[in-house]
Design a protein around this ligand. Structure first.
Ligand SMILES: *Cc1c(COP(=O)(O)O)cnc(C)c1O
Length: 386
């Protein structure tokens, strides 16, 4: 929901652009920290959801660590105030340069996804005369019940180490003198709205953690990843995810041993609702069954509908006339360049401004220059920013 003065401001900014509600972001961050603190859980923000500098600065200053999936994300985390000792590095394909960077910076943990990667990190750390702190990313085989492209915790997925390889992994660890095992890492997918999925994750983590204990391995950190979903249908009613129920599930079902710490890596849940893509209607044209509202934002600015068939709420900010149905489409030469089909909007005309809601996560970070379009800029609700 946008105030009249915000809409007036939007009329003065060249479209399309991302608009970030920094007050909502601040409120979301503090709610999440407050709920996590009740149980002493630690939070690392997953930068790939949104690595916009203003957003990173706010998140780091609120006391979050960082979960990075590339060397450039590690650099962005550092530049924007995250402490290297609270940076985790995940990813199924880390290059030697990226691993070297992580080692040089002595980040908190490199999350290792294969036996071969263990050998490579061991060799690189040895050459630098260091011991690398690592966690094992494990495939817990828990179905996230989300879109298959954002499911990462099943046996057929490319991420992590399979339980039947644990024996060999432990044998290998004994021979690799430049590695120190700090933790176990799990991340089963994204946009998870069925909290029972996290209950299943807890049970699997307990089993796996128990297996390591019986084998005389005591990981300090149990990292259960991110994945908490947001309400794309009703962003105004559910602007802040239900962090209270989320953390309570873990507190009820996870069995930590000794002084093991529980870590989380939320991405979408923190930043998803604070962003909107503001776009202008270029043309309205009648198709066979619906009208097309052709807007100046494209799938290069927001690829989620094309990539995951995802729903985003769309609002017309400048018309209040009687509703009609529209297919809201972008200018890109692809039929998948469609933000919503048969969307009910007030009578829409050339020049109207539309808001595509809940684009704070995996919106701007997935932008491309396809069709040689310019990258859309970002604007922030805080009056000191532009
Ligand atoms: C993407 C990712 C996350 C964040 O996922 P969200 O669904 O955005 O919370 C956390 N951890 C890892 C390892 C990831 O790759």
């Amino acid at each position: 929901m946008f105030k009249e003065e915000t809409i007036s401001l939007f009329r003065t900014i060249p479209t399309p652009f991302y608009y970030y509600d920094m007050e909502l972001l601040a409120a979301t961050l503090s709610e999440c920290s407050k709920e996590a603190e009740k149980y002493g859980y630690l939070l690392h923000y997953a930068l790939k959801a949104n690595s916009n500098p203003e957003i990173l600065a706010m998140i780091s200053s609120t006391g979050y660590g960082a979960d990075c999936v590339s060397g450039n994300e590690i650099k962005a985390a550092l530049t924007n105030g995250f402490n290297p000792g609270r940076i985790m590095f995940s990813g199924v394909g880390k290059s030697d340069d990226e691993i070297t960077l992580a080692l040089q910076l002595r980040i908190q943990s490199i999350n290792v996804e294969s036996r071969q990667e263990m050998e490579v990190i061991n060799a690189l750390a040895g050459a630098m005369g260091l011991t690398a702190d690592i966690s094992l990313r494990i495939i817990p085989n828990v179905d996230a019940r989300t879109h298959r492209y954002i499911t990462t915790g099943l046996e057929e997925n490319k991420f992590g180490i399979l339980p039947w390889d644990f024996d060999e992994v432990l044998e290998k660890l004994k021979t690799l003198g430049n590695l120190r095992l700090k933790g176990l890492h799990f991340h089963i997918g994204s946009q998870i709205t069925d909290l029972d999925v996290f209950k299943s994750l807890c049970h699997r983590v307990n089993d796996i953690n128990g297996w390591f204990m019986t084998n005389q391995v005591f990981p300090e950190i149990i990292n259960v990843g991110g994945g908490l979903g947001i309400d794309y249908r009703d962003p105004d009613r559910n602007g802040i995810p239900d962090f209270s129920s989320y953390f309570r599930i873990f507190s009820d079902f996870i069995e930590l041993q000794g002084n093991q710490q529980l870590h989380f890596e939320p991405g979408r849940a923190l930043v998803g609702q604070c962003g909107s893509l503001i776009t202008k209607v270029l043309f309205v044209k009648k198709g066979i069954s619906t009208r097309f509202a052709i807007v100046d934002a494209g799938m290069n600015d927001l690829i989620r509908p094309a990539l995951y068939q995802s729903y985003h709420r769309i609002e017309n900010l400048t018309s209040g006339e009687k509703p009609e149905k529209y297919d809201v489409v972008g200018p890109i030469c692809e039929s998948s360049d469609c933000f919503g089909k048969a969307v009910t909007l007030p009578l829409t005309n050339r020049g109207d401004l539309l808001a595509i809601r809940s684009v704070g996560a995996y919106g701007q970070t997935m932008a491309s220059r396809y069709n040689l379009r310019d990258l859309a800029k970002a604007f922030y609700s805080s009056p000191t920013r532009s």
